[in-house]
Design a binder for this molecule. Structure first.
Ligand code: ZN
Length: 503
């Protein structure tokens, strides 16, 4: 009843307003904050890129009011006020007038303002810095490190020489990975200004697969590339040298190029190819469908909380790490424990994380607990066998590879050590963000973990049988802090894996 009446009113409002039709921009604008990255919906109308005030309200916690007396729109943030004109390209910001490229414009029921409104009008009254990096399509909010990254081909060669400059300077990690040089920059985001084409043995310099990396794509004729980073005058420079695939033989007369003065005196190291240690993460939201899991007195069901947090995690991991995240279920459906492990094994995941919510007959019990697999006698034998033998694994479709030295349900045996490290890191990070349970870190023979052929852990995110915790588990803030803690743990675990790989 109420919904229908509202719909009618909205329709009338929409029909009674002239429609301003915009088109989405070629590249979406990305909001970068301490919490992560997310696209910001904008629209291009008569050559102006605009943002809706209601989107701005939810992104920046401002309140928006259409103010007929003031002849404009009133935008309020923590008691400070902006009045945006609807007929003049300007706004009054805490009493001071700032120019905008266009006035606010109405599109249906929404009011849109030019993107410049953010740094020019909202910026001065907001409690964090707002930095619009238009060419890089970034909206940076807060004191973040977003260096400008430029690249140039210095010589077509061979050897082809290129320079990537990072200003202000930031620490750089370099890797050569199958015909690419990957430059990972320790920054929150990158303001990229890269050339469109390449030169010589470099086909392209482009944004990397992760938000803070740049990828140099080498031609098929390129030999092993060398790269080194130096820093001078607050600018970091990465010098890249790419020889052709057939280097001159020792008999050929060597004609070395004089090294540029900015380069290090020692020869550039040859970097070895390597696969990133974390490419795919499987998140397993516990329960689903008919299997609701634990249920709180307020009616909250475990299956919903696990899915909510799994989706949050997927969003932040994909946005910040550029790592593929697979959920064992992304809807409300039942799925067996073996299927969950099969999804992870089939997807060749590097990490498996199962999310659950705890229950207790004692309503006072509360807190987060982390589990990893404990091996019983049989499991310990399997672990020893796994050190020398292949393991047969569950794969989707119910098939099992038949080298039956170790039963597939003991696939986890070979990863118990890494899983224990993962669980320990999870416990440490979670206790920064949440109250821990009576036994914060436990070993248990959990069925969902046994079949996973990768480091795996299970997090019980709180006790739904505790009234206060039930409310917490439903809240955005608690779910967000759980996701943040787990994300931080994954970052640390990745470092652990990376350290383990380099001898
Ligand atoms: Zn559960």
């Amino acid at each position: 009843m109420r919904a229908t009446a509202t719909t009618v009113i909205i329709l009338l409002l929409v029909l009674s307003q002239p429609q301003a039709q915009g088109t989405p921009p070629g590249t979406p604008l990305t909001l970068v904050t301490r919490e992560g990255r997310r696209p910001v919906p904008t629209t291009v109308l008569s050559g102006q890129e605009l943002i809706a005030l209601d989107d701005l309200a939810s992104l920046f916690q401002v309140s928006v009011r259409e103010d007929t007396l003031a002849g404009g729109l009133t935008i309020t943030y923590r008691g400070r006020t902006i009045v945006a004109s609807t007929d003049q390209p300007m706004a009054s910001v805490a009493g001071r007038v700032v120019a905008l490229p266009a006035p606010a414009v109405r599109a249906g029921r929404r009011w849109l303002v030019p993107l410049e409104f953010l740094p020019r009008a909202l910026g001065p009254i907001y409690d964090q810095r707002i930095d619009l990096r238009r060419p890089a399509r970034l909206l940076v909010v807060g004191d973040l490190r977003v260096p400008r990254v430029t690249a140039r081909i210095d010589a077509a060669g061979p050897p082809t020489r290129a320079t990537i400059e990072i200003a202000p300077a930031a620490p750089v990690a370099l890797a050569v990975d199958g015909g690419r040089v990957i430059v990972r920059i320790d920054a929150d985001a990158l303001d990229l200004a890269l050339p469109t084409g390449g030169g010589g043995l470099i086909e392209q310099v482009r944004a990397g697969d992760q938000p803070n990396s740049v990828t140099v794509v080498l031609s098929g004729r390129a030999g092993p590339a060398r790269a080194a980073a130096t820093e001078a005058d607050a600018v970091a420079r990465v010098a890249i040298e790419v020889p052709s695939i057939a280097p001159p033989t020792a008999a050929a007369p060597a004609t070395p190029l004089p090294p540029p003065t900015s380069e290090p005196a020692s020869p550039l190291p040859v970097l070895t190819a390597s696969r990133p240690v974390l490419q795919t993460i499987v998140i397993d939201p516990g329960h689903g469908g008919e299997d609701v899991g634990a249920r709180g007195a307020g009616g909250t069901e475990e299956k919903q909380i696990t899915l909510d947090v799994a989706r949050r995690l997927r969003t932040i991991i994909e946005a910040r790490l550029g790592v593929r995240v697979v959920l064992t279920r992304d809807e409300d459906r039942a799925i067996s424990l073996d299927e969950r492990a099969a999804v992870a094994n089939n997807g060749k995941a590097d990490l498996f994380l199962s999310l659950h919510v705890n229950a207790s007959v004692a309503p006072t019990v509360a807190g987060v607990e982390v589990f990893h697999l404990r091996l019983d006698r049989e499991g310990e034998d399997a672990r020893r066998a796994a050190e020398t033998q292949a393991v047969s694994l569950p794969v989707l479709g119910g098939a099992t590879r038949t080298i039956d030295v170790v039963r597939w349900d003991l696939a986890q045996a070979r990863h118990v050590k890494a899983s224990a490290v993962l669980a320990g890191i999870l416990e440490e990070e979670l206790q920064e963000q949440a109250a821990m349970g009576p036994r914060p870190l436990q070993e248990a023979p959990l069925r969902v973990l046994t079949g996973a052929n990768m480091p795996a852990a299970l997090v019980e995110m709180g006790y739904i049988t505790n009234r206060a915790q039930e409310n917490l588990l439903r809240s955005d803030t608690y779910q967000a802090s759980l996701a943040q803690a787990i994300y931080d743990a994954i970052l640390r675990f990745r470092e652990y894996l990376e350290e383990g790989r380099t001898p």
